[in-house]
Write a protein that binds this ligand. Structure first.
Ligand code: ADP
Ligand code: ZN
Length: 598
């Protein structure tokens, strides 16, 4: 009889289980329910795919994402597993065929959209078929407070009532305790064993920089990722278009993606991103939900997202395959100001606005962190950790200076000028510049006039920015960007609190070059002619079959092949990611490519 490990080796071609996978599988094999919280790329799919193969009957997998179903089923078929999906993309005849195969016990896994699962027709199919287990993917869609709420998910608790003996597994990459509790309650999973993995993504390197010259900063960053697939997020459609066009001009295989494009073009761009190697998708934040591509090597934010949750989710799309990946973000004061205004001017009630501001504060805190980014990120999700050695702060600790006196001077100037002026004028007064405006308001007479002359304009701007970011000063949009003191400014003005500031980003280009060599995961390997040849072969094969390249073989597998240069099928079979079926179908061809490049 096959065991789970045996299947993992033989069918999937992987040597060992990761993290909690084995324990989750055992739970389902014993007929019990499981709630699995694992970060993106943690390996959730195997948790139900292996029990599906070992239990009698067919596993029914509920997934809200049509695009994803298709690719997962294609990947399973590549492994020689009888899998199908049912969703609105199928024509009637094909759907009927799948239904028959399901009812007559020919399938091991069936992926269905939730709305279809709840139909009368499907319910009666369920009665006829033998169900091995129910897997509820993206289980956080049941949470009414989350952004991915899907009302049909609420109906899924009925599964348990109708099929009390069939084990269920709910899976999600959404970490917070409130969502977790909601899933348990709404899906009727109070008896389920809960598996919580660490939400750390150790292979992702975090880097957060202040915007100085955004276009150049992005170009420099991308230079470290030549030929790699990645996502560049922009806050607006217009910026998406402009950035994609600029990147294309500079030779990057970039494509735009946003809600304002027509459906056909958007779908085509997504398809190209999934199927071809090394495409850079320039997109608004909506892009990526349901993108299962394992070899996204970087995620770049050119603007600040809305919350730490959003940042974590978006950056999490990088490096699902476990190979080194980078999450890079450029942010600036303007981002914070725009978002605050957005929150204030939204239709939501005060409670929601408060939450919006608090979430933004937490994200700004992460950007401002003078200690390990990963520690800050994980602690936001309630997880303790130690400095990672794989973020910009760990690799290149920022210099801090005692900015207490500078802060006092600046805050006093805001106060003495009546909290009615914006940054430019306040700094002019600090520097002692006699501009027309300064004269007009008689500000040369103030005690603060010229008290900041010892520092440059640039330093004052940096101080001001940091004070706004930390909430000591606020920008009043209603009053044309006038700066105002907040309650947090008082203890600083009274000398009760110290203010440590980051030194102005000293030579950002130096930072880039220090990090770049070790950061681009594939830069060196990509120059290996064998790796390139394998990739070309894979693209051809994927095109013939009409599936994404990674469904054939993963990058990591190609790299290992390129490094080990196997000469026989037996040697090839030792490489992770090649199970029996793939060896049988592609083994000879791969060995041919290796021999040809030898
Ligand atoms: P998730 O759904 O949690 O985001 P997936 O199930 O898509 O993650 O798995 C992420 C990647 O890791 C996939 O490419 C998968 O093949 C691979 N993977 C999963 N489990 C293992 C394992 N035990 N050993 C090696 N690779 C694995
Ligand atoms: Zn760190």
């Amino acid at each position: 009889m096959s065991t789970a490990l045996d299947l993992l080796n033989r069918v999937f071609g992987y040597p060992a289980f990761r993290g909690e996978q084995a324990a989750v599988i055992d739970t389902l094999l014993a007929g019990d329910d499981a709630l699995v919280l694992m970060p993106t790329g943690g390996g959730k799919s195997l948790c139900f795919q292996i029990p599906a193969l070992l239990r009698e009957g067919c596993a029914v997998v509920v997934s809200p994402l049509i695009a994803l179903m298709q690719d997962q089923v294609a990947a399973l078929k590549e492994l020689g597993i009888a899998a199908e999906f049912l969703n609105s993309s199928l024509d009637g005849a094909t759907a009927a065929q799948v239904e028959r195969a399901f009812a007559s016990g020919q399938l091991k896994l069936l992926y269905v959209a939730p709305e279809r699962l709840l139909t009368q027709r499907f319910q009666s199919l369920l009665e006829q078929a033998r169900v091995a287990l129910f897997a509820i993917d993206e289980a956080h869609c049941v949470s009414q407070w989350g952004h991915d709420f899907r009302p049909e998910y609420l109906g899924l608790s009925a599964l348990h009532e109708r099929f009390p003996k069939v084990p269920r597994i709910a899976l999600t990459a959404t970490a917070d305790a409130a969502t977790r509790a909601e899933i348990r309650e709404r899906l009727d999973l109070s008896e389920a064993r809960v598996f919580v993995s660490s939400f750390d993504r150790p292979n992702i390197r975090y880097r957060i920089v202040e915007k100085t010259d955004p276009r150049r900063q992005l170009r420099d960053f991308l230079a470290g990722h030549k030929g790699e697939a990645g996502i560049v997020y922009c806050s607006t459609r217009k910026k998406v278009e402009e950035t994609a066009a600029a990147l294309k001009l500079s030779g990057v295989a970039a494509l735009p993606y946003h809600g304002g494009m027509d459906n056909a073009t958007r779908a085509r761009h997504q398809e190209t991103f999934l199927r071809e190697d090394g495409v850079v998708m320039v997109a608004t934040l909506a892009f990526g939900m349901g993108i299962d591509k394992p070899d996204v090597r970087f995620v770049a934010h050119t603007d600040l997202p809305r919350s730490v949750e959003g940042y974590y989710q978006e950056t999490g799309r990088a490096g699902r395959d476990g190979a080194p990946a980078e999450a890079w973000m450029a942010w600036g004061l303007q981002d914070v100001v725009t978002q605050r205004r957005f929150i204030d001017e939204s239709e939501s009630d005060d409670a929601h606005k408060r939450i919006g501001h608090a979430k933004l504060d937490a994200l700004v805190g992460l950007c401002e962190a003078a200690s390990c980014r990963r520690v800050a990120l994980l602690s936001y999700f309630g997880e303790a950790s130690t400095p990672c050695g794989n973020c910009d702060v760990c690799l290149n600790p920022p210099t801090l200076w005692d900015g207490t006196e500078a802060a006092q001077k600046l805050l006093s100037t805001v106060y003495r000028t009546g909290q009615r002026f914006g940054a430019g004028h306040v700094i002019d007064v600090l520097l002692g510049k006699t501009t027309e405006k300064v004269n007009k308001f008689g500000h040369t007479q103030l005690s603060v006039f010229g008290i900041g002359a010892g520092q440059t304009d640039k330093v004052w701007r940096a101080v001001l920015r940091q004070l706004v970011m930390r909430g000591l000063l606020e920008v009043d949009h209603a009053a044309y960007g006038a700066l105002k003191l907040t309650a947090a400014a008082r203890p600083v003005l009274k000398g009760e609190e110290q203010v440590w500031l980051r030194a102005i980003a000293a030579a950002p280009s130096r930072r880039t070059s220090r990090l770049a060599p070790s950061s681009g995961a594939g830069v060196h390997d990509d120059e290996d002619p064998l790796f390139l040849a394998l990739r070309a072969w894979r693209r051809e094969t994927a095109n013939e079959k009409g599936v994404p390249a990674y469904v054939i073989l993963h990058d990591a597998t190609l790299r290992e092949i390129a490094a080990r240069r196997p000469a026989t099928l037996a040697e090839l079979g030792e490489i992770s990611g090649l199970g029996t079926k793939k060896l049988e179908v592609y083994g000879e061809a791969v060995l041919g490519v290796v021999a040809g490049e030898g």
